[in-house]
Design a protein around this ligand. Structure first.
Ligand SMILES: CN(C)C(=N)NCCC[C@H](N)C(=O)O
Length: 288
């Protein structure tokens, strides 16, 4: 089993994360809180009340964890494709496997990444949703004082299953959309690369960026449900389950609720995934 895809996936995932983290914080706030009038209002409020550091709340932990999760995604994708088509990463540049195989491999990677992501993602979302400004002497402490404290609090108050709150929605979000993610990436690289050559850096950047946009556009409705389920145990009314979350959100806020964070998700997706795929390809070529 080629392991370099796992390592390259890890590093490239961490680089992509840093690139897109401020967008991600704004997105999570828009999806789960009703106090912001839009992207600009949210950004201005975060900056005023929490300084530039507010955009990076909870980032140290995801750098390591998202790297690991991305390593599961890219490693499982590549190894599944190899098992399905008996081709290596290099062979696949000369002859594109069928889109069905790419889709199945992407969905398999997406399914497994969802469950490895769930406990880390809930911690990220809860920390990003803390609106307290920087801690000053005398000011009340935020509910969670860091990723470890957040994990321990969830375990204590909500049990082990609490760490997997929203994981069903996360799986529904990631399985099909990651199939689409890899189809878009491989298809665009193949289309714009002369036969037998490696895709240029520009092609990889653009194909990676568009793969990110295509997948996040389709992922947004379940992304909203997932974030709300994850926050369900904190301030908002607790949902009885995913269906209750969908129905209640729709009844109270209309169809538009499922597209909350759509613009920022798409804007974030391009640079994050352009950087992720470029560093991934670069590392594999360096080791290849
Ligand atoms: C639509 N979905 C769930 C994805 N495309 N997931 C892959 C993650 C890629 C990158 N770390 C990112 O956060 O965009």
């Amino acid at each position: 089993m080629p392991v370099e895809e796992f390592v390259a996936g890890w590093i490239s995932g961490a680089l992509g994360l840093v690139m897109g983290y401020p967008f991600d914080t704004v997105k999570v706030r828009l999806q789960t809180q009703n106090t912001y009038r839009g992207i600009m209002d949210c950004m201005i409020k975060i900056y005023r009340h929490e300084s530039v550091l507010g955009f990076y709340k909870g980032m140290s932990f995801p750098i390591a964890s998202i790297g690991m999760v991305n390593s599961v995604l890219f490693g499982v994708y590549s190894n599944t494709l190899q098992a399905l088509t008996s081709t290596s990463h290099q062979d696949r540049r000369a002859q594109l496997p069928s889109y069905t195989c790419i889709f199945i491999a992407g969905c398999t990677g997406g399914f497994l990444q969802a469950y490895s992501l769930a406990p880390f993602d809930i911690i990220k979302v809860r920390l990003q949703n803390q609106t307290e400004s920087r801690v000053r002497p005398g000011s009340p402490l935020p509910r969670y004082q860091g990723p470890m404290h957040c994990a321990a609090t969830i375990l204590r108050e909500e049990g082990f299953r609490g760490l997997f709150r929203g994981s069903g929605a996360l799986m529904l979000r990631d399985t099909p959309t990651l199939g689409l993610y890899f189809i878009t990436y491989e298809g665009l690289c193949y289309q714009y690369t002369p036969t037998g050559q490696q895709p240029s850096s520009t092609t990889v950047l653009v194909a990676g960026g568009f793969a990110g946009i295509a997948s996040w556009i389709t992922a947004t409705p379940f992304d909203v449900i997932k974030a709300r389920m994850q926050m369900g145990g904190v301030k908002q009314k607790a949902y009885k389950g995913m269906l209750d979350c969908i129905v209640t959100s729709f009844r109270q806020e209309g169809l538009g609720v499922f597209f909350r964070g759509f613009t920022i998700n798409s804007a974030r997706a391009f640079p994050v995934n352009a950087v992720t795929f470029l560093s991934y390809e670069y590392l594999l070529r360096m080791w290849g």
